[in-house]
Design a protein around this ligand. Structure first.
Ligand code: TV7
Ligand code: CA
Ligand code: ZN
Length: 393
């Protein structure tokens, strides 16, 4: 059995509305909301609900979403359906939409889906700000590419920006960390001109080859030094195949420097699971425990913490990772043998699917060579360290 301690006065909360998992982007689309069902089943299978406050969240209202997004854009999101999409040709182009074979399709129940994942993130943010939760988790959020008035990269509404804007009423400095394999461009852009939010994204970087193409080492905020946002965007651009050891070391040193210099009052971490080895869209060779190390590291700061999901395109491994990270939050160690009585056990069984284990070896699944040299990684560390001299708390 898992030994779950529940120290008095230390609260972890889990925010979810299971209606979100019923939505479909389209048959071949890599974003599969049912990975959230798989995650929830594993979390329950391990009995983690007894160690957390479980909240059934309500959808966000259009009003709430409008604190960041453009009204006209939200009207379009709310009204467009696969049946009437032809009447919205101009809006479609304006708001970066496609119908079928594109990143951001118009699908049935789209507004429902959007308001559900945004509602869960906002609920989690509220629990952190009220002090009711030390850590609040929403695995259905983390849609970091959405802009004020356009959809991008599977993201329609930027729930992270909504949460951070809400949190800014309570905290004067917030650190946003993004370990999704893609650059967190939407969040970076939204807080481009403020020093009250520091954004730090780790990602695969290859302009013109890997989405979204931004997030180079020299992208550190406005170049005008009188702009308050100068030096408050940080990027860790990586190449294919980075391994556990290098990633953990880099995360520890870089994030450590940033926390020490910026002294945030709260942390928001986007835990996109597409940075794992063997992800359908990812390029890294990380194991679940290395991904989880990032969560352990930020948890150890004892700062108010909002944890959200993001990408992740090999559903069984997304579920494993987010279950492991939920356990880290509550201080539970999980057995490597998955519980027998979970629904969808077959999704995790057989050699190809990780043999009924929680921690299968993912470091060799992709056969991607590690293209990151020690020198490049050193340059990244040096640059971030150097940037920190402009940052005062
Ligand atoms: C946060 N990569 C989101 C990551 C968003 C990545 C992209 C796809 C893709 C889309 C599909 C599809 C796909 C197998 C993969 C330049 C393009 C190329 C559309 C086909 N299969 C997150 C977005 C990225 C859609 N987009 O960070 C329907 O891959 O590279 C691109 C852009 C133009 C548009 N085409 C892809 O993880 C949640 N898309 C199959 C069906
Ligand atoms: Ca990232
Ligand atoms: Zn991603």
């Amino acid at each position: 059995n898992n030994c779950i301690e529940r120290p008095q006065g230390y609260n972890v909360s889990f925010h979810y509305n299971s209606k979100v998992e019923q939505h479909h982007f389209g048959k071949t689309h890599p974003m599969k909301p049912w990975r959230l069902q798989l995650t929830k089943q594993l979390v329950l299978g391990y009995g983690l609900e007894y160690a957390m406050d479980m909240y059934q969240t309500r959808p966000a209202t259009k009003q709430e979403i409008a604190i960041f997004h453009d009204r006209g854009y939200l009207d379009f999101l709310e009204l467009v359906t696969p049946n009437n999409v032809d009447e919205y040709r101009d809006e479609q182009n304006k708001y970066n939409f496609g119908i079928e074979f594109y990143d951001c399709p118009v699908f049935d129940g789209m507004w429902d889906y959007i308001s559900l994942y945004s509602g869960a993130t906002m609920d989690a943010a509220r629990k952190v700000c009220s002090g009711q939760s030390n850590i609040a988790i929403n695995w259905s959020g983390g849609l970091h590419h959405a802009k004020k008035s356009s959809a991008s990269g599977f993201c329609y509404v930027n729930d992270i920006v909504l949460a951070i804007q809400y949190m800014m009423q309570y905290y004067s400095r917030i650190l946003y960390i993004d370990i999704d394999v893609h650059h967190g461009d939407g969040v970076e852009q939204a807080f481009h001109s403020t020093n009250r939010v520091m954004t730090l994204s780790y990602h695969k970087y290859a302009p013109n080859e890997f989405f979204p193409g931004t997030g180079g080492l020299d992208e550190t905020g406005p170049k005008d030094t009188y702009n308050e946002g100068a030096h408050h965007s940080l990027n860790v651009p990586l190449k294919d195949g980075i391994d556990d050891h290098e990633y953990k070391e880099l995360f520890k040193v870089v994030t450590g420097h940033v926390i020490e210099a910026y002294k945030p009052q709260a942390i928001v971490i986007q835990c996109g699971a597409d940075s794992l080895g063997g992800d359908r869209l990812g390029r890294f060779n990380l194991n679940i425990t290395a991904h989880g190390y990032c969560v352990e590291f930020v948890k150890a700061t004892h700062l108010p913490l909002l944890i959200i999901g993001g990408g992740g395109y090999t559903p069984r491994n997304v579920a494993r990772t987010w279950t492991h990270e939920t356990a880290l939050c509550v201080g539970a160690q999980l057995h490597d043998d998955l519980p027998w009585h979970i629904p969808y056990r077959r999704a995790f069984s057989g050699e190809r699917n990780g043999d009924g284990k929680l921690y299968p070896d993912l470091s060799t699944v992709s056969l991607k060579q590690n293209q990151n040299t020690a020198e490049e990684l050193h340059t990244i560390v040096k640059n971030v360290h150097w940037e920190m001299r402009y940052v005062h708390s």
